[in-house]
Design a protein. Structure first.
Length: 108
């Protein structure tokens, strides 16, 4: 194989890798947008029944977060209810993202 053929082969390989990286970046941006949309929807859904952190929760979290942030945090305890599985989970699993856990398998 000539030097020119080797160079052209490497150039094609680099172009393919660049295209793969661009596709991967687009998929990451899409995934981030979907997660953000899901979180926003959940916030809207549960905001009315949310409450500020208790004094005990604030005391524990204050070692890691600013008072201003803790003032803005609201929580909901789902008694006898579960969050719905995000709509993008099935598609992500179908695409081979096996790290998408169900809510039941999340660490507690």
């Amino acid at each position: 194989m000539s030097k020119k053929e080797i160079f052209l082969r490497l150039l094609r390989e680099l172009r393919n890798r660049a295209a793969d990286a661009e596709l991967a970046e687009m998929r990451i941006q899409d995934a981030v947008a979907r997660v953000a949309h899901y979180l926003h929807d959940q916030r809207e859904r549960f905001f009315q029944e949310s409450r500020p952190l208790s004094e005990e929760q604030r005391r524990i979290a204050s070692r890691f977060f600013s008072p201003a942030l803790l003032d803005a945090v609201r929580i909901v305890e789902l008694t006898h209810r579960r969050l719905e599985k995000p709509p993008f989970y099935a598609e992500a699993n179908a695409q081979g993202f096996s790290t998408c856990r169900t809510l039941r398998t999340w660490p507690r």
